[in-house]
Design a protein around this ligand. Structure first.
Ligand code: SF4
Length: 149
């Protein structure tokens, strides 16, 4: 059993490393030196545990699976433009007071624009409102979906 767990760990680590691109199941097993039968069993196990997502894909006339991580580790790049980091009100901001992240338009705008390309995300945060987001901006659920468990 520890051998299979090792393989599961290595496979999961590799799949997580491929990020949003994912990896073909066959490429993964080649990379880990496992047989396709063994690899198939491990990928099903990881999917059952909710750690990866498998999507059918046609490759050179044969059906295979592309494996995607369900969760990606957070990186500093994901929060580097969070308005709270340079906010002059940061020290006074508290969820129990009137100046709260629960009602902050700058934070709400930033959250609503997560996962959108920079050109689509709103640049100026002044005058924006958390209660009336721009209806011309469509929500992108791809990030949320990939982070779902
Ligand atoms: S939630 Fe808003 S007010 Fe509070 S620190 Fe962040 S940007 Fe500033």
């Amino acid at each position: 059993m520890p051998k299979r767990n090792d393989l599961e760990q290595k496979a999961l680590h590799y799949v997580v490393g491929t990020g949003y691109q994912g990896v073909l199941q066959s490429d993964l097993w080649r990379e880990l030196g496992a047989s396709s039968r063994e690899g198939s069993r491990v990928s099903i196990k990881l999917e059952e545990k909710g750690l990866i997502r498998r999507e059918k894909e046609l490759q050179e006339g044969r059906w295979t699976y592309r494996l995607y991580p369900k969760r990606l580790p957070a990186s500093i790049e994901t929060i580097v433009d969070c308005p709270c980091l340079l906010c002059p009100d940061n020290a006074r901001c508290d969820p129990t007071t009137a100046l709260s992240p629960k009602s902050c338009p700058k934070l709400t705008d930033w959250i609503l624009n997560l996962g959108k390309p920079p050109a689509q995300a709103s640049i100026g945060l002044e005058g924006s409102s958390a209660l009336s987001p721009d209806p011309s901006i469509q929500e992108d659920d791809s990030v949320a979906e990939s982070l779902d468990t």
